[in-house]
Design a binder for this molecule. Structure first.
Ligand code: CP
Ligand code: NVA
Length: 311
């Protein structure tokens, strides 16, 4: 059965294994070089990307395969061909499809109709590939994941949703502080709370950034204005004024706490320059780990596929 990665919950049984595989692939890069020889990744991007595009493309190339960047404006889907037909056609050519989309329904529609694994490369609801790199970075730093506390301060967006879900799977306590009206997705919170129960960990949704970062091992933030929300910029910047991660907020977390951000970042808005460019910041390690986790994800999804000839 082919396996897709659309949500953090699609890794509910093996998220930490994927993290560990990525750590091993980082250490032993050359051992894995031919594993995806001649395999093709089709990458559809409806929105801009630096890290996701370059890490996926580099990952498949380093594993012996090749990537094709697909801009929907240059494809027939941009003139009305359905997502379902696009999925069926691409499945005849490529071995994986990644899709960065405005709508999670379109990603699900593509996955339903593709016979090859589909990777959600960010949609309005989740950013599952990013969190694998984030948890890998935490494991490299702390040597473990279970029992840590992650505080997320800011917009209850795609990043927040995937981090909450992923933390609950890994037994990480997660506290999220966002303004009213910008809380994470209620269904994801609910499912994460249920998952956390079996791991003896906590999911807290708060208003106060100070309360959320108390005793945190890692403090995470993301942009206040996600791609596609540019029209709300002025309004959101007002609503999020008290949610900046700065030195004063970091001083309320553990002394050993690290600062995390998926990037791109806006210094002076969601994070002060002193924090993101300071000694606690681990953001460029997170970015680098996108490559190693992209490889681990491709390899893990590939293992679920029957040999091409028997499809
Ligand atoms: N963090 C992340 O996904 O970055 P890009 O938008 O550059 O891919
Ligand atoms: N929340 C951000 C993440 C970018 C990687 C966005 O969707 O634009």
């Amino acid at each position: 059965m082919k396996r897709d990665l659309l949500s953090a919950f699609d890794m509910k049984d093996d998220l930490e294994q994927i993290v560990d595989l990525a750590i091993n692939m980082k250490r032993r890069r050359y051992d894995y070089e031919p594993v995806l020889a001649k395999h093709i990744l089709g990458m559809i991007f409806e929105k801009q990307s630096t890290r996701t595009r370059v890490s996926l493309e580099t990952a498949i190339e380093q594993l012996g395969g090749h990537a094709i960047y697909l801009n929907p404006n240059d494809m027939q889907v941009g003139r009305g061909e359905t997502v379902a037909d696009t999925a069926r056609v691409l499945s005849g050519f490529v071995d994986f499809i990644s899709y960065r989309a405005y709508s999670s329904e379109n990603v699900a529609e593509l996955a339903r109709n593709a016979s090859v694994p589909v990777i959600n490369a960010l949609d309005n609801k989740e950013h599952p590939v990013q969190i694998v790199a984030d948890f890998m970075t935490m494991k490299e730093k702390f040597g473990k994941l279970k029992g840590l506390k992650l505080a997320y301060v800011g917009d209850g967006n795609n990043m927040a949703n995937s981090l909450i879900a992923g933390s609950s799977i890994l037994g990480i306590d997660v506290s999220v502080a966002s303004p009213q009206g910008h809380k994470p997705d209620p269904a994801i919170i609910q499912r994460s709370k249920e998952t956390a129960k079996s791991k003896d960990s906590k999911v807290e949704i708060l208003d106060s950034p100070q309360e959320a970062v108390e005793n945190a091992d890692a403090v995470y933030t993301d942009v206040w204005v996600s791609m596609g929300e540019e029209a709300d910029k002025k309004e959101k910047e007002k609503q999020f004024a008290g949610y900046q991660v700065n030195d004063s907020l970091m001083s309320k977390a553990k002394n050993t706490a690290i600062f995390m951000h998926c990037l791109p970042a806006h210094r002076g808005l969601e994070v002060s320059a002193s924090v993101i460019d300071g000694p606690k910041s681990i953001v460029f390690r997170q970015a680098e780990n996108r490559l190693h986790t992209a490889k681990a994800i491709l390899l893990t999804l590939h293992k679920s596929m029957p040999p091409r000839s028997s499809l």
